[in-house]
Design a protein around this ligand. Structure first.
Ligand code: PEP
Ligand code: MG
Length: 895
């Protein structure tokens, strides 16, 4: 091979050893050594049985990417040195013809990315050392099995030879020996298979399979670096919002073998149930199997709880012994890490080894239960529990589940494994691409696969739920779905999938891509058709966590709601008021839209006022309903915001219908629509600008609000209205409209002869950069500011809210932007405006109330920012209220 160019060297240490000789890393080094590397070092340090090895830093991966595929200078020299240490410790030599040192090569970033990057096992085998391995172990079959796996994995991962070519060769051998299973191929067959694999390798790479172990190692390390930038890894990071990492570390570890016979095996486990959080060791293992066999979902493994029954011909109590040892290690790990661990282990001829531990990914419900139980067990404090639950994952607890009454009426088609809880239904999609396309087209689909692989992540993410026919609770589908809180039923073996024919058969019945199935990820049941759902009950551990959160947070939590039903729901979720009641939606319902259109089409004040008079009672009734639902809590009502043309139909037929309903000429409607047309409506005649031109709109809305407050007060409902004027850019706008609003309130009070106190606040949104820049002036006319960060982001970046998706994916993909600024507040840019407006606003109006009502009010990272800059409250959609409560507490505790 041509000598590779080297990237510039870095002065820092590139390779960290772990073993009895010495251990360089520790658990604090996750960014540098990846989660896996840091924990391997740590497990070694606390005396657990970990095969020795070394970790190449994530910085090396970063250098490799930056140097466009040149290995960092000096890296392989450092690797050669550390391999010597490893040889000394294991007493084996790399490439030795008698007792060779073999290693595994695995990726491992700071954040776990299950199945996204590559693993190569048995590295170091060649034509000579395979004989050595065979002699040393007295097990020729095992030695050749290991060698053929290496050629396959190496060919596939390092040289990109399609796995199917190896499969073809394997099928021929199986045919020759008349066997169906890999495990039934005799030794001679595997010897022949190694030759066949070498031929496949040569045919596709034009090279012989490399015999020099150091050369194998170098290319394997490079393959791991490359896998960081593979499409599937990039997709996964995009979906998970993982940014800011340097790359993956590479873990090279001396091999132990789970495939040395019936006294060997391998498995993966969680120290508690990652689906429900139940404190029960939860894992699976396979006897006589190697590494990836368990997670790949090809053979369905046995639960670890059955391990004590495992007997080997040479050791009848092997299962009992290993199980007891595993349980002891589990306790030690949980005490040490004070969190649920996701472990991988291998048993080589009765001896247990730990290959990996990391904090286990878990569903939202599991996170809540585990946190509460660990507090009870005194493993963690209440504050740690609050900090640990990913606030965004609470959404999963608020999702509906299948109605038990509906389930009683229908028996399931089949039952698989309850891999990730939830209730999902959809039409069947048979490939990841199909799931993506049909979801984008607006269909709700279930992705049905025999098993999933990392290539499927986009489809899995798009689908409403995932159903697989093979694989266990730790299969790829199960692990990834749980990480996302997506409903998944795995290993539903009764389902036969015909991907090409786009149909499945279950117990004699056939379902196609047009049919809907329902899957219950909490029980594993699969039903035909769409099952009815019920809302969740929010007691128990969820309530406990909310109580803890409320104890620690400083921010108030309000909701964005514009109907009594939404207000009620948000209140049940803990909202302490409404931060944004958008009034425009109210104009679309029933007959109101006609009155609204009449108002817009009117060409004089009198006609406009006549139409507005029709709208007033509707508005008043709506407000009364909302004030009642929020009795005793503040309700911020925003005056009309969108441009008027949004209320008119833009097609000829629609315009003709409007003309007919209002008994005017179609041409009149067309003329008005044309008149209202704007090249850039988002920056046009909307928000407070409408009330400057048409003050009567403001008058009608404020009249409705004030009358509703008075009516409520008379019924002993404590209505606390706040009038919010949108899209203010200058203090003059606010001064004029505030005065008009105040006069309107006073007029209503006088007309109604109301003697009580109303205390209606008048404030504005800060959603135009100029308003933020002149907040000291604006604050003199405002009782409150509410940051409309949707528009503020739009206007600060100059990105149209409605068109941003035409380029945003490229910006995120190329890391021009770390994240979507419409989802998570751009703290360094838009945030500066917010911080400035807070400071300036308070300077001229110490009593001013400050909140946020843009989408960011429900995003944990943005809430953290809001806490830091000293807002009084955040406001978000009802379903995000619990998230906001928890995120606000996390922000306060982190402070
Ligand atoms: C905003 O701009 O942030 C806001 C809440 O208003 P809207 O999304 O209705 O424009
Ligand atoms: Mg806005």
């Amino acid at each position: 091979m041509a000598k590779k160019k080297r990237a510039a060297s870095s002065s820092s240490k590139m390779v960290y050893y772990f073993g009895k000789t010495r251990t360089d890393g520790d658990t604090s080094m996750k960014q540098l050594l990846g989660g896996k590397g840091a924990n391997l070092a740590d497990m070694t340090s606390i005396g657990l049985p970990v095969p020795a090895g070394f970790t190449i830093t994530t910085e090396c991966c970063d250098q490799y990417s930056k140097a466009k595929g040149k290995m960092p200078k000096g890296l392989m020299e450092d690797v050669a040195k550390v391999v010597k240490t490893l040889e000394k410790e294991t007493g084996k030599q790399f490439g030795d013809s008698k007792d060779p040192l073999l290693v595994s090569v695995r990726s491992g970033a700071a954040v776990s990315m299950p199945g996204m990057m590559n693993t190569i096992l048995n590295l170091g085998l060649n034509d000579e050392s395979v004989v050595g391995l065979s002699n040393k172990t007295g097990n020729e079959r095992f030695a050749y099995d290991a060698y053929r796996r290496l050629i396959n994995m190496y060919g596939d991962v390092v040289m990109e030879v399609g796995h199917e070519y190896f499969e073809e060769a394997f099928d021929k051998i199986k045919k020759k020996y008349g066997v169906a299973l890999d495990t039934d191929v005799p030794t001679q067959g595997l010897v022949e298979l190694v030759d066949a694999y070498k031929r496949v390798y040569k045919k596709h790479t034009k090279q012989d399979f490399p015999q020099d172990p150091m050369h194998q190692l170098e290319l394997a390390i490079e393959a791991v670096f490359k896998s960081w930038d593979s499409d599937k890894a990039i997709s996964y990071r995009r979906i998970e919002g993982i940014t800011g990492l340097k790359g993956t570390a590479v873990n090279v570890q001396s091999m132990v073998f789970g495939n040395m016979g019936d006294d060997s095996g391998t498995g993966v486990a969680f120290t508690r149930n990652p689906s429900t959080g139940e404190n029960k060791f939860y894992g699976e293992f396979l006897v006589n199997a190697q590494g990836e066999d368990v997670v790949a979902g090809i053979r369905t493994p046995q639960p670890v709880k059955d391990m004590p029954k495992w007997k080997a011909p040479n050791d009848k109590t092997i299962g009992k012994k290993v199980h007891a040892e595993l349980m002891a290690i589990k306790d030690k790990l949980e005490k040490h890490y004070k969190d649920v661990q996701d472990i991988e282990f291998t048993i080589e001829q009765g001896k247990l080894y730990m290959l990996q531990t990391r904090n286990g990914k878990r569903t939202g419900p599991a996170a809540v239960r585990i946190a509460c139980e660990m507090v009870k067990e005194k493993l963690i404090t209440e504050k740690t529990a609050v900090m640990r639950i990913p606030a965004g994952d609470l959404t999963q607890l608020l999702l509906p589940s299948f109605d038990p009454a509906a389930k009683k009426k229908q028996s399931p088609l089949c039952v698989g494994l309850p891999a990730s809880p939830g209730a999902a239904f959809g039409k069947l999609a048979f490939t990841a691409n199909e799931a993506v396309e049909r979801s984008h087209a607006g269909e709700q689909v279930l992705l049905v696969r025999k098993e999933t692989s990392p290539e499927d992540v986009d489809g899995m993410h798009s689908a409403a739920g995932i159903l697989t026919s093979t694989g266990g609770m730790t299969s790829h589908a199960a692990v990834v779905a749980r990480g996302w809180g997506k409903c998944c039923v795995a290993g539903a073996g009764a389902i036969e999938i015909n991907e090409k024919g786009r149909k499945i058969t279950v117990n004699g019945k056939t379902y196609t891509h047009k049919d809907v199935l329902s899957i219950d990820g909490s029980t594993g049941e699969v039903f035909a058709g769409q099952m009815a759902t019920v809302e969740p009950k929010l007691g128990g551990d969820f309530a406990t966590v909310m109580k803890w959160a409320d104890k620690h947070r400083r921010l108030g939590i309000r909701t964005n709601a514009d109907s009594p039903a939404d207000s009620k729901r948000a209140r049940e979720f803990g909202a302490e008021g409404i931060g944004l009641c958008r009034t425009e939606h109210m104009f679309f319902e029933g007959d109101r839209i006609l009155a609204m259109r009449e108002m817009i089409l009117a060409d004089n004040l009198e006609a406009r006022e006549k139409a507005l008079t029709k709208l007033l009672p509707y508005q008043r009734k709506d407000f009364e309903g909302i004030f009642k639902a929020m009795n005793g809590l503040p309700v911020t009502v925003r005056l009309l915001d969108p441009p008027l043309h949004e209320f008119l139909p833009h097609d000829k037929k629609g315009q003709a219908d409007v003309a007919r309903s209002l008994a005017i000429k179609p041409a009149e409607v067309e003329r008005r629509v044309a008149q209202l047309h704007e090249a850039n409506p988002m920056l046009g005649h909307r928000g407070c600008r409408l009330s400057i031109t048409y003050p009567e709109i403001l008058t009608m809305q404020v009249t409705a609000i004030t009358e509703a407050v008075i009516n409520c007060k008379k019924k002993k409902i404590d209505a606390q209205a706040e009038v919010m004027i949108p899209l203010v850019g200058t203090v003059q706008e606010l001064a004029i409209l505030r005065q008009l609003a105040q006069e309107t309130i006073d007029n209503v009070v006088a007309a109604k002869k109301y003697g009580g106190k109303l205390d209606i606040l008048i404030g504005t949104m800060i959603e135009i950069p100029r308003a933020a820049l002149t907040a000291d002036e604006v604050a003199t006319e405002a009782d409150f500011f509410s940051f409309g960060t949707n528009d503020l982001t739009q206007m600060t970046f100059g990105y149209s809210r409605d068109d941003v998706n035409t380029f945003l994916p490229d910006y995120i993909g190329q890391e021009v932007l770390e994240k979507d600024p419409f989802q998570s507040l751009d703290t360094s840019g838009v945030g500066q405006l917010v911080a400035m407006a807070v400071e300036k606003g308070r300077r001229t109006n110490a009593k001013i109330k400050l909140g946020i009502c843009g989408e960011h009010g429900g995003d944990p990272a943005s809430i953290n920012f809001c806490h830091k800059v000293g807002l009084d409250y955040v406001s978000c959609s009802p379903f995000r209220v619990p998230i906001a409560r928890l995120a606000a507490a996390q922000a306060a505790l982190a402070d």
